[in-house]
Design a protein around this ligand. Sequence first.
Ligand code: CA
Length: 227
Amino acid sequence: MGRILIVEDEEKIARFIELELKFEGYEVDKAFNGRDGLELAKTQPFDLIILDIMLPELNGIEVLRRIRQFSNVPIILLTARDAVVDKVAGLDGGADDYITKPFAIEELLARIRTVFRKKGMDDSPETSGKLVLGDLYLDTMKREVRVKDNQIYLTKKEFDLLQYLLENKNIVIPRETILDKIWGYDFCGETNAVDVYIRYLRGKIEEPFDVKIIHTVRGVGYVIKDE
Ligand code: CA
């Protein structure tokens, strides 16, 4: 169904929204200030965030700005009546929608459904930091990888490499490009580092599970795609 984070310092409002959302079948977490909200958004996966703008510790616009540095999770802002500046700043800052207080709960529920519908249309796993390809699942926020529901432990480089390939799935990426992106321009080790790490990845995510998704393009580089 979906997990929703409510960041709202007026606890009565937060509880009321929580109750209604739970009644609709959503899982709900709450934070009562901007800092806690940001921390939760950083450390836990959410499908949507309802974010009040007037918040203690860190205001909603700032929380929004910081979340957008690491996640595309859909965000609906709660704004005070007639706060036009807030709305503009919020939408410029990457909010998906806003709703003006006081609002009818039905209106909020409708906005949530619309956001989920849109998200579904533009490939939901990727917009929430989750990359999926066949039996492979990678969560960029939790830095978690699963193949056929088995958790896979990758080193940082292996993870970065896999994420990069997944973000460019179906695109052949030259070895040099991979080297630049993952190891950096000033890397002066062996150029076959890419091949070595591809071998590590295959040993962890393909061979044990009889999966074949990383393909070698002879003389060029690699592409990740479903069989
Ligand atoms: Ca508030």
